[in-house]
Design a protein around this ligand. Sequence first.
Ligand SMILES: NC(=O)c1ccc[n+]([C@@H]2O[C@H](COP(=O)([O-])OP(=O)(O)OC[C@H]3O[C@@H](n4cnc5c(N)ncnc54)[C@H](O)[C@@H]3O)[C@@H](O)[C@H]2O)c1
Length: 209
Amino acid sequence: MTAPGTAESLAAAAKERFGGLDFVITCAGFTWDVFFHRMTDEQWHAIIDVHLNGTYRVTHEAYKAMRAMAQQEREAGKTPTARKVVTVSSMSSFGNLGQANYAAAKAGIVGLTRAIALEGAMFNILANSVAYGPIDTRLTRPREEQHEQVGESQLGMPAAARAKYLSQIPMGRVGTIDEAVGPLLFLASSHANYVSGALLEVNGAAHIS
Ligand SMILES: NC(=O)c1ccc[n+]([C@@H]2O[C@H](COP(=O)([O-])OP(=O)(O)OC[C@H]3O[C@@H](n4cnc5c(N)ncnc54)[C@H](O)[C@@H]3O)[C@@H](O)[C@H]2O)c1
């Protein structure tokens, strides 16, 4: 997601293999947590680059292709097909300890997605974001029990911090990967053809407290 040309080749491959591009979901990323006073420029830029710039790169290429297809449909006198941009944000976008870089990137993704929703509306391009609470992946599993690393970042949460975090989730548990995928499929599907500019919170009721 950070390499030049990746987003362009993804959009081109979709058009070549499937004859068009109906939806895009941006999901790639990792965390590199540290308290703000210790955060290095490298940590800041790495997380902004993979999450915010990566989402920009992929949605930008996809959006241009979708808009061109919609324009062709309109010129042929047809209503443009509903096409979807779905981005992945986080509960951390509202701010989280040790995640200034990630919180900023995930909040930026929400703004970007809403702007795409507004500009895309007349082309029937719908854009929504999903803000997850803790989902059971290597980003949230106890750090002490796994050895997952991206670059210098040890993935996972310290067990004590994780227990405290989970105690703030009303449902009292992490979400499963299947439970995380469902909302993405809904937003990409025709069941969401009048849902745009939304931030869907998927967090075991944590937004209520
Ligand atoms: N797990 C959670 O609790 C949680 C909560 C909120 C948001 N999210 C978000 O969900 C998304 C998926 O994370 P996950 O929890 O499934 O973690 P994960 O580590 O299982 O999946 C992330 C994927 O992104 C890929 N990736 C990382 N850097 C990349 C790069 N530079 N180029 C291409 N691919 C790259 C990884 O290879 C991996 O397949 C991320 O955007 C994450 O921020 C996760």
